[in-house]
Ligand binder design. Structure first.
Ligand code: CA2
Length: 142
């Protein structure tokens, strides 16, 4: 089982500001957590991050024929990007949407998710543990 974890804009800044919303753990902590879990459940994982919408589309396209599942936190592009939605639809790889914060209880502009309709599940408000739950969902979905 090969899982691609994609993080969108500003997620590389985790732990630096807004700890009340996103916690105190850093992006490096997140990568370590994901890699440790991948080892524990015997799956291959690749973790990538970009602040650029087109790069995120490229990452999804590059997964075609190579990856069995995608965990994606598109960051703010969740609420704006039809291109990322279309890329997930185009590759047809089972994908889980993750948000660290509870987006449902935040601003109105965070209530729209374009990517959601192409995902097998959405996990919100569970902090970094949401990524682990998303990986387990993909593994159990096989
Ligand atoms: O809750 C999430 O995981 C989000 O996807 C995070 C995005 C936000 O735009 C989404 O609405 C919900 C923001 C990424 C992280 O932004 C930071 C801002 C300040 C300090 C650290 C990270």
């Amino acid at each position: 089982m090969k899982i691609l974890v994609i993080n969108g804009p500003n997620l590389n800044m985790l732990g630096i500001r807004e700890p009340a919303v996103y916690g105190r753990q850093t992006y490096e902590d997140l990568c370590n957590l994901i890699e440790e879990h991948a080892k524990a459940v015997n799956c291959e994982v690749s973790i990538r991050q970009s602040n650029h919408e087109g790069d995120l589309v490229d990452m999804i396209q590059e997964a075609y024929g190579k990856m069995d599942g995608i965990v994606i936190n598109p960051g703010a592009y969740t609420h704006t990007s039809v291109a990322i939605l279309d890329a997930v639809k185009a590759v047809g790889i089972p994908t889980v949407e993750v948000h660290i914060s509870d987006v449902a209880s935040r601003e109105d502009f965070r209530q729209i998710s374009y990517i959601r309709q192409a995902c097998i599940a959405t996990i919100t408000g569970q902090g970094l543990n949401g990524y682990i739950r998303a990986m387990d969902l993909l593994i159990n979905n096989r």
